[in-house]
Design a protein around this ligand. Structure first.
Ligand code: SF4
Ligand code: FES
Length: 257
């Protein structure tokens, strides 16, 4: 396959970037999108030019680091697929492909296609943990968990923290990410002691990081490579409202509210 690439090049965070055209020649349709970029980078390096910087690690849809906008779509044209698992056979021979970094004020560009996603780490640090000593794995059925809750927790735990939901959202909201992290702990018995605090702190951190609010566009769940449902946002909102009311009642009882 031969492709015309238009790639966002930006040497560093404080330098203005621009789209630069490259020809990608003799690309196998069986290559992943990142392997195609590897080939282009080998050619650039051989020509003495700076290779295109892009983030990646596992290359198997687990680590969440490989996100980029491909023809304006987070992770490209295939639903439920991270950029590293997107194959070039998803494009037509001779296609023109526009490649840009995540677009979000909360994700500053580091270089070319690499953005800083530390804001998501800080949301996790605000409450995405449990303090119960869980020890080694329990025998099956020692703690009965309703199937619906186990399934919901497992689905939410699939979030790889890639940030595609933020990049796809017209509001730049991190609600799907935050809701996934709140849900995956909040649905399990081990996650109950901090459930209210977790919702309050993680939502507060999300706001402090400058992410926008959720107005239910639904673009996030369409962009999510793990197909996490927008239902998790409803669950986060329920937890947040309940925790806010409980905190208000506690203050009233203590005479400080
Ligand atoms: S919710 Fe989906 S799109 Fe958002 S960070 Fe998690 S895996 Fe990525
Ligand atoms: S490189 Fe890890 S999810 Fe793509």
């Amino acid at each position: 396959m031969n492709l015309a690439l238009h790639v966002w090049r930006q040497p560093s965070a404080n330098v203005k970037g621009q789209m630069v055209r490259y020809d990608a020649r003799d690309i196998s349709p069986d290559m992943s999108f990142l392997e195609m970029l590897d080939v282009v980078n080998e050619q650039l390096t051989a020509a003495g030019q700076m290779p295109i910087a892009f983030d990646h690690d596992c290359r198997e849809g687990i680590c969440g680091s490989c996100g980029m906008m491909i023809n304006g779509v987070a992770h490209g044209p295939m639903n439920g697929t991270a950029t590293c698992q997107l194959h070039m056979r998803s494009f037509k021979d001779g296609a023109t492909i526009y490649i840009e970094p995540w677009r979000s004020r909360a994700f500053p560009v580091v270089k070319d296609l690499v953005v800083h996603r530390g804001a998501l780490d800080r949301i996790i640090a605000a409450g995405g943990f449990i303090s119960a000593p869980t020890g080694s794995a329990q025998d099956a059925n020692t703690i009965p968990i309703p199937k619906q809750n186990a399934d919901g927790a497992m689905d939410a735990a699939a979030c790889i923290g890639c940030g595609a939901c933020v990049a796809a959202c017209p509001n730049g909201s991190a609600s799907l990410f935050t809701a996934a992290k709140i849900s995956h702990l909040g649905l399990l018995p081990q996650g109950q002691p901090e459930r209210d605090r977790r919702a309050l702190r993680m939502v507060a951190q999300m706001d402090a990081e400058g992410f926008g609010h959720c107005t239910l566009y639904g673009e996030c769940q369409d962009a999510c490579p793990k197909e996490i449902s927008i239902d998790t946002i409803a669950r986060m909102n329920q937890d947040y409202i309940r925790a806010t009311l409980a905190a208000r009642d506690e203050k009233a009882v203590a005479g400080t509210g």
